[in-house]
Design a protein around this ligand. Structure first.
Ligand code: HCA
Ligand code: CU
Length: 391
């Protein structure tokens, strides 16, 4: 029986596999040049990401060359590539000099019927052959079942048990269509854990079609997975997978010291900016951590408390990511504590009744003037102080 404290303990250790250069290449807007791939790999390695997953070298001639090129950069991060369970893919993968190979086979009845048409025994036989081949080439090996959550659990367990008994490093569980909930992820991982050897680790790959990718990754770790797939900004097939930033936002709350020690968090914004630029997408306004409004405070009740202690309304600290908070005061919801704070910043000494009066005036002006700004507030405060005049 697994206890609550054992589950909590699982949160203390995880590794990130960034798949921006594989899953991210499947994003509709991606078409990375070799230089862009090199830059992304370098950024992520400097950030402290432990593993990068690259597109299958069999996908195109350039994919093969780029895989070799990135492997030869000798980055701190380990380089993995992602292949179908075929002899040709496995052969090409080892030629590139990668540290590890991630094998994928579709196991759901839908994929078995409408994609490759193979049964479970065939999958095990083929996986065994490919694993044995890779084992002669000194690479880490992971085997993953595509569409795990629409596969029969008994089939999954049979495959994972057989493949893991060959002595591979990890098995992967993939929520390919983003249908799983955190409860299902937790259940499936606990069941899988029971049939695979202790030294075989579990990786989770979650798509975000129903908005559960981060929660599912968190549930996966809690249930015993140690490796989580992410991409920068979550880019991938359809609307993508667990985003790096959002995943870190979730994890830093539980274990700030571990996350801060492993990753150079102030570089997150730079990496996201680069990927958004090369894929020609905007960073969403409400992006985790780096969205323009992530550390903004507006309502009077909030600003008053945040000025006293930011923890009142911030679960994440902007300083951990090299960012700063913004307290918005030029609007009708403003409060006198925020106005007082601004007056102090401007080195204006105003009495409590004066602040109250000015706050009242600011609220009214903000209501009637659509483009009321901080500089209007400042002018009002400064003019009041110098001429006791509002306008
Ligand atoms: C796909 C493959 C994959 C693979 C995940 C994995 C998925 O594009 O369909 O190797 O674990 O989501 O199943 O990205
Ligand atoms: Cu995927």
């Amino acid at each position: 029986m697994t206890t609550i404290s054992e589950l909590e303990k699982n949160l203390n250790k995880f590794y990130i596999i960034d798949s921006t250069l594989r899953e991210g290449e499947q994003f509709i807007n991606s078409n990375f040049s070799s230089t862009e791939k090199k830059n992304i790999a370098q950024y992520l390695s400097d950030f402290g990401i432990e593993f990068l997953e690259l597109t299958n070298p069999s996908a195109s001639l350039q994919s093969y060359e780029d895989c070799k090129m990135i492997t030869q950069l000798n980055l701190k991060t380990k380089i993995l590539t992602h292949i179908r369970c075929t002899n040709e893919d496995a052969q090409k993968a080892v030629e590139t000099g990668v540290d590890g190979v991630d094998i994928l086979f579709g196991t759901s009845s839908l994929l078995r019927e409408f994609s490759h048409g193979k049964d479970i025994d065939f999958i095990i036989k083929k996986a065994t052959e490919i694993v044995k081949f890779l084992q002669q080439h000194n690479v880490q090996i992971r085997f993953s079942s595509e569409d795990s959550f629409r596969s029969e659990l008994k089939d999954l367990l049979k495959i994972y048990k057989a493949v893991s008994s060959l002595g591979i490093d990890r098995i992967g569980i993939a929520d390919t269509v983003g249908c799983a909930t955190p409860y299902q992820v937790e259940y499936v991982i606990q069941e899988v854990r029971k049939v695979i050897p202790r030294q075989c680790e579990i990786e989770f790959h979650g798509h975000n079609d129903t908005g559960c990718a981060i929660a599912n990754s968190y549930a996966a770790i809690k249930a015993g997975a140690k490796y989580i797939d992410v991409t920068v900004l979550g880019i991938g097939e359809r609307n993508g997978i667990t985003p790096l930033g959002g995943f870190l936002a979730r994890m830093i709350v539980d274990n700030p010291e571990y996350v801060k020690a492993k990753y150079v968090l102030p570089k997150l914004k730079q990496i996201e900016n680069y990927v958004s630029q090369v894929t020609s997408i905007d960073i969403p306004f409400n992006n985790y951590i780096t969205g323009f409004c992530s550390f903004t405070h507006k309502a009077g009740i909030h600003t008053k408390a945040v000025l006293n202690n930011p923890k009142t309304y911030e679960i994440l600290s902007p300083a951990d990511f090299g960012l700063s908070r913004f307290i918005s005061i030029a609007h009708k919801l403003t409060g006198r504590h925020a106005i007082q704070h601004r007056a102090t910043q401007l080195k204006l000494s105003l009495r409590e009744d004066e602040i109250k009066l000015l706050t009242f005036k600011i609220k009214n002006l903000a209501e009637i003037k659509k483009d009321f700004t901080l500089s209007d507030v400042d002018k009002l405060l400064i003019n009041f102080k110098s001429n006791f005049n509002f306008v």
